[in-house]
Ligand binder design. Structure first.
Ligand code: NAD
Length: 414
């Protein structure tokens, strides 16, 4: 599967930025290795009374800048290498956004669609129990990722709290609001994708009004990105999900599509012209937002892309080979560690609220999100124009320079 290429991709991106800034070889050695990986067996009793063993992982890539932070993914194709790559990207993302966190990621190899709610709850509670030695509000704080939700976070929080003997809301982020989840967290990643797209247009002295956009993966990230960009005046002309793709050159009805997904869990039940799912990527648009999964833009389809800019909503949607092709074709790629960082920014705000026993209004959360993302965009834009490197390389440079500085002060123990 994709895991080898993901681990290779994570390393390649790091090495390229390290070379650009002549990073000390010893720091590069440290940054190239995950700090800790835990692999666990998860036996649970299925609804039919039989026992099934699942496998789970938690990787804490680096805690140099603070407690580790990262999502929990449930997917049948999940691998250890994939978890490590995702944990590395979380590390760079937190550094780029200047959050006091290191990076982590975890997950379980399972197909949640084939499990009942009770089975998912037992699996989540067992997973929490097995990785408990690594968890803590000042050690490692999980969040939702692909096929995990606020309900999953509520089960993790409850299990952790029961073991500790007191309620600990700051152990997870992305939890339901009634348990201390932050206002604006659900929309934050998509809102961030829209903010970064808007800043890119602004930096290029262009208007988003009427700009044509295609979104691959109309889920949480893609759906909200489409919604906020349409509110900024852009036209969402094509969207897709696992069920298929829809197109309307005059602009799709995004709120209507969101209602359709809420009701039917797919976009193609919405009225409109259907197109082949793959051909969404080749549409003649101003912006292409891959917001589904990894490795969607690769060596074989990168030549066909007509978008003027790619904004990565998903983690790792572009392979290194596709990156090279797109760079040669002068199609900028706004990288995942910048474009989809809105989620972890608001996760940090949720953690701060939980630790302080506070509930902020949504305006306060959104204002802080906006401030952090605009600042990070400016750092990346300044670096990419000054050093004449891609946006990805600039984002990595900013992140690893901050990591390197931390090691200079902390030194190496013992
Ligand atoms: P989600 O499950 O809500 O949505 C994913 C969407 O992608 C679904 O609509 C699914 O049908 C669609 N999809 C899957 N395979 C597809 C394919 N081959 N073609 C077209 N569509 C396809 O998940 P999400 O939370 O929106 O996450 C999406 C991506 O964003 C992941 O890479 C995730 O790691 C990343 N991400 C999410 C967050 C967050 O806060 N949710 C934060 C940062 C990064």
């Amino acid at each position: 599967m994709i895991d080898e290429s993901l681990a290779r991709k994570a390393r390649k991106q790091l090495y390229r930025a390290a070379k650009e800034i002549d990073l000390h070889a010893d720091i590069l050695k440290i940054l190239s290795h995950p700090m800790r990986i835990l692999k666990v067996s998860l036996p649970i009793i299925l609804d039919n009374g039989r026992t099934k063993i699942f496998t789970g992982f938690r990787c804490q890539y680096s805690d140099a800048r603070g407690p580790t932070k990262g999502g929990v993914r449930y997917h049948p194709n999940l691998t250890e290498n994939e978890v490590v790559a995702l944990a590395a990207w979380m590390t760079w993302k937190c550094a780029l956004l200047d959050l006091p966190y290191g990076g982590a990621k975890g997950g379980i190899i399972c197909d949640p669609k084939t499990l009942s709610e009770k089975e998912l709850e037992r699996l989540t509670r067992r997973y929490t129990t097995e990785i408990m030695p690594l968890l803590g509000p000042h050690i490692d704080i999980p969040a939702p990722d692909v096929y995990t939700t606020s309900k999953t976070m509520a089960w993790i929080m409850d299990t952790f709290s029961k073991f500790k003997g007191y309620t600990e809301p700051s152990i997870v982020t992305g939890k339901p609001e009634i348990l201390g989840g932050s206002k604006g967290r659900k929309e934050a990643t998509g809102r961030g994708v829209a903010i970064i797209t808007r800043e890119f247009f602004k930096a290029n002295k262009k208007s988003l009004e009427g700009a044509k956009i295609a979104v691959q993966g109309f889920g949480n990230v893609g759906g909200h990105a489409a919604l906020f960009l349409s509110q900024m005046g852009a036209k969402i002309i094509a969207v897709s999900d696992i069920s298929g793709a829809l197109i309307n050159p005059e602009g799709l009805d995004v709120p209507g599509l969101m209602k359709c997904v809420e009701k039917h869990a797919c976009v193609i039940k919405h009225p409109g012209q259907q197109i082949d799912r793959e051909s969404l990527l080749d549409q003649d648009v101003d912006v292409l937002i891959p917001a589904a999964l990894e490795n969607q833009i690769h060596r074989k389809n990168a030549e066909n892309i007509k978008a003027k800019v790619i904004v990565e909503g998903a983690n790792g949607p572009t392979t290194p080979e596709a990156d090279e092709i797109l760079e040669k074709r002068k199609i900028p790629v706004l990288p995942d560690i910048l474009a989809n960082a809105g989620g972890v920014v608001v996760s940090h705000l949720e953690w701060v609220q939980a630790l302080g026993g506070l509930y902020w209004e949504e305006e306060q959360v959104n204002a802080e999100l906006e401030r952090k993302l605009v600042k990070a965009f400016k750092v990346v834009w300044e670096l990419m124009t000054r050093k004449k490197v891609s946006a990805r390389c600039a984002a990595y440079i900013a992140a690893i320079e901050r990591m390197a500085e931390v090691y200079q002060y902390r030194g190496l123990f013992p």
